[in-house]
Design a protein around this ligand. Structure first.
Ligand SMILES: [Zn+2]
Length: 287
């Protein structure tokens, strides 16, 4: 597989919606087109108004993180092309987590780019079956299954052309929820970047019948870990979770990059942990 050979893969740690009409129940912003833009260095936002997708470019090939909903694949592709990049140069697909709103477009994107997909062990089943574990019979949460070409363990790294990303498994929201981290150069400086997976409870059952066995311990592990992680740039799977509109408006020549905020990961982690504890108490009280 020629393309596969282009990927400098290192595993250092040894390691849809069934019909478009069904999307009516989700926020309209999720499938609403928006202009792509350069976030910092060689990282570009190529998602929709309500769902993030990230392109990390290099002359040797590009990395695309997340595919949004099924309907978002053509929108992401149009964004990549409008930035002047070629779809055929996207060689590696990654995913934050295997839910229909972040993985729904991956099968189409994989087909159209010819890229390989590398994902966590914990999310492999969900990606390859196109289902939300614990809600397997809820067809509205299904998405087109996509083959995982290679799995990556916690701490494993993947990369192309000098862009190296580390998989940090931050489980709970999904079993294999992956927060990818990398370093980006911008204006002669290096910045640590996190493509945060998510740690919201959302529709997940915590108690009495958990979404998956061990989910509560997984969230707790993630909340213990996040404060120890450092990131200068916090990039979230839902644009509003990172106040993207205000930041985008604040981008300008000679101005400091509004996406650089070393406190943002910590603030988000604290708020998410507080919300998790509230939801857990509520679900336990209801049983
Ligand atoms: Zn999710």
């Amino acid at each position: 597989m020629r393309r596969f050979q282009k990927i400098a893969l290192t595993l250092a740690a040894v390691g849809g919606l069934l019909a478009t009409s069904a999307s009516a129940q989700w926020p309209a912003t999720w499938t609403k087109p928006t202009q792509p833009f350069q976030v910092i260095g060689n990282i570009y936002f190529v998602g929709t108004e309500g769902l993030s997708a990230w392109l990390i470019t290099s002359p040797k090939g590009h990395i695309l993180i997340d595919g949004g909903m099924l309907e978002n694949a053509p929108l992401i592709e149009a964004n990549i092309k409008s930035l002047g990049f070629k779809l055929s140069d996207v060689d590696l697909l990654l995913n934050s987590h295997a839910h229909f709103d972040h993985a729904g477009g991956l099968a189409q994107l994989k087909k159209d780019t010819g890229a390989i997909l590398i994902a966590s062990v914990g999310d492999k089943w969900a990606l390859e079956n196109g289902k939300y574990p614990g809600f397997e019979t809820n067809a509205a949460l299904n998405f087109p299954p996509v083959k995982v070409d290679q799995t990556v363990p916690d701490g494993g790294t993947v990369g192309i052309g000098g862009n190296i990303l580390t998989a940090n498994i931050t489980p709970g929201h999904t079993k294999g929820c992956t927060s990818w981290t990398t370093t980006v150069k911008d204006g002669g400086k290096a910045y640590k970047v996190i493509f945060f997976c998510s740690a919201t409870v959302a529709a997940n059952r915590l108690a009495p019948e958990p979404q998956y066995p061990g989910i509560v311990a997984d969230y707790q592990k993630t909340f213990a870990r996040l404060p120890k992680m450092k990131a200068d740039v916090f990039l979230a799977p839902h644009p509003e979770q990172m106040g993207i509109a205000a930041k985008k408006a604040a981008i300008g020549p000679g101005k400091p990059n509004p996406f650089v905020d070393p406190g943002e990961l910590g603030r988000n982690a604290a708020a998410l942990e507080a919300d998790f504890n509230t939801q857990l108490a509520k679900q336990q009280a209801a049983k």
